[in-house]
Design a protein around this ligand. Structure first.
Ligand SMILES: [Zn+2]
Length: 282
């Protein structure tokens, strides 16, 4: 079977800092899908008229996805398709068979580092062309090893320790971060936009009872809730990058797939007793 033109455009660059057998960092590139005629409408023509949409700002933003599982793999597809051109993906897990029912991986990805496998896929999803950096390290390791450029973090992970690291690193850099979480039964999602400003609340202001030690890898998950949650993740990421225009601002969204709990949208305020916000530089 012949490789497509797009496949040929995806080149692989390895980083010199990691001479080990498997390099944990790979960069994948894709070119914009070209028009066949000069009169053809722009790729993103249908975004015109979408409230607060700014294609240029989205194209220029350096988006870092922390986690490449059920939440961020779909959020990544949405961001890449809608015109994000610089995406890094951090995840040191490897793709296993149980992931395939709800994550954007297939048989060819089994055993691969998720950060790298998803970055390669997102380069192909980026119809406007993109540079996608795949990182098969955990968040703490990558911060130590590599000056990861970022204008926003998108955290779709299943443990509070990593969420805490993202909260602090976003504060340290004065950049926004989006957090997405699923309930244990996989039916309800919560999404929070942590603003770049330290005057605004952090994730722990929103959820003060989050236990930093807690890991929830065995929680239930199904693709329907992952896709629902990803829509809100993409929306918050778009807003953090492009602004709100005439859309009334909010930073919290909670939704229940089953419809049992009412959907909630709100503005979380900073808490004076928040242990993270009360420390200088988070
Ligand atoms: Zn706080």
């Amino acid at each position: 079977m012949e490789a497509s033109a797009l496949e040929n455009d995806i080149s692989m660059v390895t980083s010199p800092e990691f001479p080990a057998a498997e390099d944990p960092i790979e960069v994948f590139r894709s070119a914009e899908i070209a028009a066949t005629h000069p009169a053809e409408a722009d790729l993103f023509a249908r975004h015109e008229g979408i409230p607060a949409h700014d294609q240029k700002r989205l194209a220029e933003a350096r988006i870092v996805l922390v986690g490449a599982g059920g939440l961020n793999s779909w959020a990544g597809v949405g961001l890449a398709r809608s015109g994000a051109r610089s995406i890094s993906v951090i995840d040191d897990d490897r793709v296993d068979r149980t992931n395939l029912s709800r994550q954007f991986f297939d048989a060819d990805d089994l055993g691969r580092l998720k950060g790298k496998a998803l970055a390669q896929k997102l380069a192909r999803q980026a119809v406007g062309g993109a540079v996608a950096t795949g990182v098969g390290l955990n968040f703490e390791e990558i911060l130590e090893a590599y000056p990861l450029p970022a204008d926003i973090f998108v955290a779709g992970v299943d443990n509070n320790e990593c969420r805490m690291q993202v909260v602090r690193e976003a504060r340290r850099r004065n950049i926004p971060a989006v957090f997405t979480m699923l309930s244990r039964d996989g039916m309800r999602c919560q999404t929070f936009l942590q603003s770049a400003s330290t005057l605004e609340p952090c994730l722990w202001c929103a959820l003060p009872n989050l236990n930093p030690e807690q890991v929830a890898p065995c929680a239930s998950a199904i693709i329907s809730s992952c896709l629902m949650a990803s829509a809100f993740t993409i929306f918050f990421t778009h807003r953090a990058i492009m602004g709100w225009g005439n859309i009334p601002y909010f930073n919290w969204r909670e939704s229940d797939l089953s419809g049992i709990a009412p959907d909630r949208t709100g503005v979380i305020k900073r808490r004076d007793d928040c242990t993270i916000c009360s420390k200088p530089n988070g």
